[in-house]
Structures are given as C-alpha cells and as structure tokens.
Design a protein around this ligand. Structure first.
Ligand SMILES: Cc1cc2nc3c(=O)[nH]c(=O)nc-3n(C[C@H](O)[C@H](O)[C@H](O)COP(=O)(O)O)c2cc1C
Length: 267
C-alpha cells in the first residue's frame, strides 16, 4: 500500500488500519487479498503535492525532520506487522546524496531509488550510476535495507542486467508495462509479439471488463481508460484508426460494444 501526505499522525493511524483489516473492509477488497507492506511516497514530482510540502518536497534538507517523523509514525502504526519502505528520487533541485545517508539510517526494509531529481521530472535518462552509489552507501553504512533501482527499464532482461551491474536487490518497472503488458515475464517480448490483432483487442476487452467491475458506480469516467488503449491497440495495421474509434466511446458500456464489434469483424 502506497501512502503520501504530510501529517505523521495520519500515517500512524492508516498504517494501523492497513494491518488490522479496517482498510480491507473499507475498500471492499476480495477475500484473501493482503497488503504486502507500506511504501511511503517521497518521490512524486507533481506540482500540487510538492507545493503542499509532500512527496518529493520531503527530499529537501529543511524537510528532514518531517520525513523522520513520518517514517517513525508509520513504523509505530505498523508495529512490526508489515514491512516499511520508501520510494524516492536522487534529489530535489540537484542530486543530494545526504538524503540517502539520512534514509539509510532509518532502518527501512526497502528503499526504491528513481535515478532522477524532482527537477528533472522524466525529461532526462535515469542515472543508474547514482543508484549504484546508494547501494554502495548501504553497504558502507551497514544497513539491512534492500535497494531497488527504478527508471527507464523496458524489459525484464534489461532490468536483470542493471541489477547485476549495480548489485541491486531488485528493479521496479513502471512505464515499461505500457510497451509490453508481459514485461515482468522472462519471455515477455516473445509472448507479446505472438499476440495478433484479435488477441490484443481481446486483452483490452478484459482490461475494460475489470475496470467496469472495479468502478461499478462510475467513480472513474470512461476516458481514464484511454491512456491504456494504446498498450493493446498497437502494432498492427489500422491500429491508429481503431484507437480513435475506441477513444470516442462515451461510456464503459459503449466502449465494450465498440470492442465487441471490432472483435466480431475480425473473426
Ligand atoms: C501514470 C504514472 C503513475 C505513477 N504513479 C506513481 C505513484 O503513485 N507512486 C509512485 O511512487 N510513483 C509513481 N509513478 C512513477 C513510477 O513509479 C516510476 O518511478 C517512474 O515512472 C519512472 O520509472 P519507469 O521509467 O520505469 O516508468 C507513476 C508513473 C506514471 C507514468
């Protein structure tokens, strides 16, 4: 479960609710679902969050006291019942390795490092050498924190190569899933290449059906699906025209009908 915010007491309370089942019930999660841990968002660069002093703003040296209070309060709420991790960037305006010296003294279970500063947003390539330096610092400090690298990984193989090169404990992949829905599989690129037009449309239909089952009261409008359309409706002749047709849907039901019609046309 990912948390962001500003008030340590809220982190303490929500961490408790994550562990005691309150949040499962509130979110209506299916039986058997389990949170794997709590990850504190200290990396999101969005203006609204940063202007409030949250997320990536916590990287700034003047926020260190607050960052420490948030980590301590969350740990109290968890009371050892789930692991605690942080995801962050390599600096705010500039690279700041003192941030990692601080984080590596917080006894975190895991630390995910996105190799860009907040200022860099997503505009420059992720700097993996800096991620490697954090792993080295972890060893020098003698911390038990697992170090996960993040930024621009487009395949599992590339991730594994980076993990080996920088001796990391793991890799986080974000946008890579937009290029290959099977990116986490060893043979992901092969599997995805084997998906023809009909299979790609059918997989999008499945995504849309899961979306409809999750947001039954229309909590999310249909156009929020458009950013996913290109993942599936891509890589074959006529894909662009099909995307335009699908993105013009006015409701989830309308989208489902348009997909059904396209799939029937192919069959
Ligand atoms: C649509 C989108 C939503 C994201 N939401 C979150 C989020 O909620 N929390 C977070 O820590 N990072 C979030 N990120 C950042 C990613 O986790 C990741 O750090 C970033 O995309 C760089 O990794 P990548 O090159 O593998 O995508 C988001 C990124 C994208 C593109």
């Amino acid at each position: 479960m990912k948390l962001w915010g500003l008030k340590p007491e809220n982190f303490r309370a929500v961490a408790g609710q994550i562990c005691d089942g309150t949040l499962y019930n509130e979110l209506g999660l299916p039986d058997g679902a389990q949170f794997a841990g709590v990850d504190l968002n200290m990396g999101c660069p969005a203006k609204s969050e940063v202007h409030s002093g949250a997320c990536a703003a916590l990287i700034r040296p003047e926020s260190r006291g607050l960052a420490e209070e948030i980590i301590a309060a969350t740990r109290e709420g968890l009371a050892g019942r789930l692991p605690l991790s942080v995801k962050t960037r390599v600096g705010f305006s500039e690279v700041d390795m003192t941030w990692f010296d601080f984080l590596l003294h917080q006894d975190l279970d895991m630390l995910t490092v996105h190799g860009r500063t907040r200022q860099q947003m997503s505009k420059v390539p992720a700097n993996w050498d800096l991620i490697g330096q954090v792993r080295q610092m972890r060893d020098d400090v003698g911390a038990r924190t697992l170090i996960i690298g993040n930024g621009d990984v487009l395949s599992r193989q590339q991730g594994e190569e980076l993990a080996t090169k920088y001796q990391l404990d793991g890799i986080m992949i974000g946008r890579g899933v937009f290029h290959d829905p099977f990116v986490f599989l060893e043979d992901g690129p092969i599997q995805w290449a084997a998906y023809d037009k009909a299979a790609r449309l059918d997989l999008y239909r499945r995504h849309v059906e899961l979306f409809a089952a999750t947001w039954q009261e229309g909590e999310r409008p249909v156009h929020t699906l458009n950013k996913f359309c290109k993942i599936y409706v891509n890589g074959f002749d006529g894909a662009k025209e099909m995307r335009e047709q699908l993105m013009a849907a006015t409701s989830v039901e309308d989208l489902k009908q348009r997909l059904r019609a396209l799939i029937t046309e192919i069959e």
